[in-house]
Design a protein around this ligand. Structure first.
Ligand code: GMT
Length: 375
């Protein structure tokens, strides 16, 4: 099929999922067109059946806010017409589903009928979307989508509770690609990061409030008192400076490494022992899944869709949001014993394997085919 994908091109999970999905679809022979304001960060190779179309929003001084939705829907209309695109898949409801629906209606005027799949990722529902300023538009564009998917059962439930949804929501979980997991990285430069007797604890996020970065530091503060350890913090965001200051105040400066954004997540995860995800809310927790496929045990909160990914007592442990005591105690339990750590690391890989793209991609293809036939 010829598929247009709309997503955020940044390091956020929804952009990563959309990009990896597009790459996998292209590898399966579909023709994929990314339509967004910048080339997605994980999209390194453009080729015959993988294209990128940049949405330009010209600056005009009259506008206090530049109209991105308008530019996006116009770009979609042009791209869909020019490349005879058969299906539109938008990731993240705001404003993509809204702009996608406008494009669909404009195309109908020219006799072109294109189905639109909307994938909900989390913050478009639980944080931003439910705000009264956006709610009517988000409800409208979800209900007007031909198919709506959500990345977890928990997000489906939240969406049904928070919005007046008339459509069935299909759950299609996020995925990883086992074939791309590189076991040869396992010996990668661990020694550059920590001494032999030290465990490596990792956190990866966009350092927003919802990630509860202070909890990451508090948990690690307790861990390193019981087990020699280093903490690697990967990502950029508004809470980063506060986190750096907190590490300094707690005397952790030499034990915590802030690496910034990275395109080499697997390289970092390969030498990690434990991943911390104490988020306030998390529709899925893709970062945890990426850690698990790299054989990293997980300590997380039990919020949203995380329990669908991190299985308590198997791939790691879960505790209530903010319960740093339990999270630290469970982390120490895993880290202090080589055999226990190995068991959790192996289990994490096994659980993550269920989310291999070979199991998930056919679900999307089935949805695409059904939507295309009933357009
Ligand atoms: O978590 C973020 O800050 C990024 C956000 C996004 O929209 O890209 O991630 C959301 O979508 C990811 C991919 O489906 C999920 O794995 C994350 O759990 C979800 N984030 C939240 O729900 C907070």
């Amino acid at each position: 099929m010829k598929i247009a994908i709309v997503c955020y091109p940044t390091f956020g999970g929804s952009g990563v999922v959309a990009t990896e999905l597009g790459i996998a679809l292209a590898e399966r022979g579909h023709e994929v067109h990314f339509v967004t304001y910048r080339q997605p960060v994980r999209l390194e190779l453009l080729g015959n059946n993988i294209h990128f179309h940049e949405v330009h929003v010209p600056e005009y001084p009259l506008f206090h806010y530049q109209p991105y939705e308008l530019a996006l829907s116009s770009k979609l209309v042009d791209t869909i017409k020019m490349y005879d695109i058969e299906l539109l898949h938008v990731h993240y409801a705001i404003p993509h589903a809204y702009a996608g629906y406008m494009a669909k209606k404009m195309l109908q005027e020219s006799g072109i009928f294109i189905p639109m799949i909307t994938t909900l990722h989390g913050t478009d529902i639980t944080l931003v979307g439910k705000h009264p300023f956006y709610k009517p538009a988000v409800t409208f564009s979800i209900n007007k989508s031909d198919v709506v998917t959500s990345v977890s059962e928990a997000l489906k439930k939240d969406t049904m509770e928070l919005f007046d949804i008339e459509k069935e929501i299909e759950v299609v979980p996020n995925f990883i690609e086992i074939s791309k997991y590189r076991p040869e990285y396992t010996d990668c430069q661990r020694s550059m990061m920590a001494r032999e007797n030290e465990r490596i604890v990792t956190h990866i996020s966009n350092f927003r409030k919802v990630k509860r970065i202070p909890d990451v530091i508090k948990i690690f503060h307790r861990i390193q008192k019981a087990v020699p350890a280093k903490l690697i913090m990967v990502g950029e965001g508004p809470e980063k400076e506060r986190a750096e200051k907190m590490c300094e105040d707690l005397g952790l400066k030499d034990k915590v490494l802030f690496l910034g954004n990275s395109n080499e997540i697997d390289r970092i995860l390969c030498f990690s022992d434990l991943f911390l995800l104490p988020s306030e809310s998390e529709s899925f927790g893709l970062a945890a899944l990426e850690a698990m496929i790299n054989k990293v045990a997980i300590i997380s909160s039990n919020t949203g869709g995380i329990p669908e990914v991190n299985i308590d007592g198997v791939s790691g442990y879960l505790a209530d949001v903010g319960d740093v005591e339990t999270m630290a105690a469970k982390a120490i339990e895993i880290l202090k014993d080589d055999a226990v750590l190995k068991k959790f690391k192996d289990n994490a890989f096994k659980v993550a394997s269920k989310f291999d793209i070979v199991n998930i991609l056919p679900l999307y293809e089935e949805i695409y085919e059904k939507a295309y036939k009933s357009r």
